[in-house]
Design a protein around this ligand. Sequence first.
Ligand SMILES: [Zn+2]
Length: 199
Amino acid sequence: MNREDIADEKLLPPPEYHEAWFAIPEIVKLGDPILRQVAAPITKINSETREIVEFMIETLEKARGLGLAAPQIGVSQRLFVYRVGEETQVVINPQILGMKGEQIGIEGCLSIPGLLGDVPRANELRLKGFDARGRPFVRKATELEARVIQHEYDHLDGVLFFDKVIPETLDWGNLDEDEDEEEEKEPEKPRHSHRRRRK
Ligand SMILES: [Zn+2]
């Protein structure tokens, strides 16, 4: 896409995406102003926080995504969950420290189902935050995990992946592709080539 076509109000889903777009109504979609707000720090981690976390984990599983930030369920608080590998990680009041290196990879977003594009990100970082019980942690992350963390962290500042995308790589993906490519975000291979070949 051209840079001037990349704006919230211009990125409306093509008709064939409408079903996917509304398949999981719990997830806030592009156009909702909450996605552009800077989320507030969580001052107290309590049972209400844990309820939000539980709902987010359920919703992430339902959507079969890699990560979900609280604004995406309509809660403007600094909290996200992600799953790269075995366990789902909960990150409250995250801070990203010491970003290093560069990677470029394809991303999508559960709030903009179907839209995909290549985004440059740091390849390595340290993540500081609190878990659902309020225990502080620092964790090192690289590659896909580092990418997911940066994507989710951006949501807390009202930033969406297409704000940082390489414009010419941004496009609506192919709906007919195999279901087993279940990662809504960051599939292994770019899908653009398939789409172009199909026509
Ligand atoms: Zn997202």
